[in-house]
Design a binder for this molecule. Structure first.
Ligand SMILES: NC(=O)c1ccc[n+]([C@@H]2O[C@H](COP(=O)([O-])OP(=O)(O)OC[C@H]3O[C@@H](n4cnc5c(N)ncnc54)[C@H](OP(=O)(O)O)[C@@H]3O)[C@@H](O)[C@H]2O)c1
Length: 329
């Protein structure tokens, strides 16, 4: 297994996402938040996982609290990452918000402090000044961004005058936008791409279909619509075939495909301890070049079919608008 190395760090390529911890939108309930989530954290650490990702936004701070309590004395085994809701990412707001995160996490510093999204109004220089203070004060060991286009990542880095270590972006077999430019730049410059929703929120497990939708709000999102679920079948088929060859599950293969890309750390969430175990174990799956190619081609075909459906929907929408415009005139 290959670790991800950057800026002197050595990270396990599969981390743990914790949006699920206490967040109502996932619909996992109280026992999950109080009992299962702490076990997921500890089991993941037992298996070598070190990146644990949370955010002040998740369950309005509850995810940070659950993570902090679960880590307890194991804090130093973790590369602990959290995120700022960047409503006003300037000093002294950033310092105040970061202190809130530290308090909830029960620690005196985080390893990675990320801006959850770009703020379109605040100049990069102002945000960079606030982040520089966090680094200088030892509140954050590294800073990062999330959902940043490449040009804004580079702009912030220039303004900071130091590395902005990572960009956390949606990246999976059904969303490959980071490959357009963010990933290549990260690989070339020793930065990290943290892949969120690496299992497309459970879609790539192959567990779901039109008659069996998942818990929580995700069931109402576009990827879980019947036409999308049908279009996904060929990709799920290839995932299953490769999984069978490795005595693994489709979800594990989806993760193994992602982390085969240099400088990528995937951070799947988990609804059970068993899933967390499987996710950590996917780091040991060594996909061959032909398997990688088959998965990439199946992903290309899915993305192509989705683009065609979107474009047909666009044409139909334009026709409908013309009909309504005709009726009005
Ligand atoms: N920066 C951002 O804007 C942003 C946005 C979204 C997420 N994130 C971060 O990324 C993390 C992961 O993304 P995500 O939670 O959206 O999606 P994800 O990791 O793609 O999907 C997680 C879900 O997949 C299912 N699953 C996990 N492991 C599995 C396995 N081994 N086999 C079968 N099913 C499995 C579980 O749901 P079921 O068992 O219920 O199906 C689990 O809750 C989050 O927790 C969060 O930390 C960041």
């Amino acid at each position: 297994m290959r670790h991800v190395e950057a800026e002197g760090l050595r990270l396990f390529p599969v981390g743990l996402g914790t949006w699920q911890f206490g967040a109502r939108e996932w619909g996992y309930g109280t026992t999950y938040a109080n009992e299962v989530a702490p076990r997921i954290v500890n089991r993941s650490l037992d298996l070598g996982v070190n990146v644990v990702d949370t955010a002040e936004l998740y369950a309005f701070g509850r995810s940070e609290r659950i993570v902090g309590a679960a880590l307890g004395r194991r804090r130093d085994e973790t590369f602990l990452a959290t995120k700022l809701l960047p409503v006003l990412p300037v000093d002294p707001v950033v310092a105040w918000r970061a202190k809130g995160s530290l308090r909830r996490l029960g620690t005196d510093r985080v390893d990675l402090y990320q801006l959850h999204w770009p703020n379109p109004i605040v100049p990069a220089a102002r945000t960079a000044a606030a982040l520089r203070s966090l680094l200088d004060d030892g509140v954050a060991r590294h800073v990062g961004v999330s959902n940043y286009p490449l040009d804004r990542w580079q702009e912030l880095e220039r303004a900071l005058g130091r590395p902005v270590l990572a960009n956390q972006v949606r990246y999976s077999l059904i969303d490959r936008r980071p490959e357009r430019d963010v990933l290549g730049w990260a690989q070339e410059h020793g930065r990290i791409v943290i892949a969120y929703s690496p299992l497309a929120q459970g879609l790539l497990s192959g567990h779901y279909g039109p008659d069996h939708l998942p818990s929580g709000l995700r069931a109402r999102t576009a990827p879980f619509r019947p036409d999308n679920l049908a279009a996904l079948l060929p990709l799920l088929d290839v995932l299953s075939q490769v999984a069978a060859a490795h005595n693994a599950t489709p979800a594990q293969i989806a993760l193994a495909w992602l982390i085969r890309r240099p400088n990528v750390v995937a951070i799947p969430g988990a609804s059970s301890e068993e899933q967390a175990e499987r996710n950590a174990a996917s780091a040991d799956i060594d996909l061959g070049a032909a398997e990688d190619e088959a998965l990439t081609q199946a992903s290309d075909a899915y993305l192509e079919s989705r683009a065609q459906r979107r474009s047909r929907a666009g044409v139909a929408g334009r026709r409908l608008r013309r009909v309504f415009a005709g009726l009005r005139s």
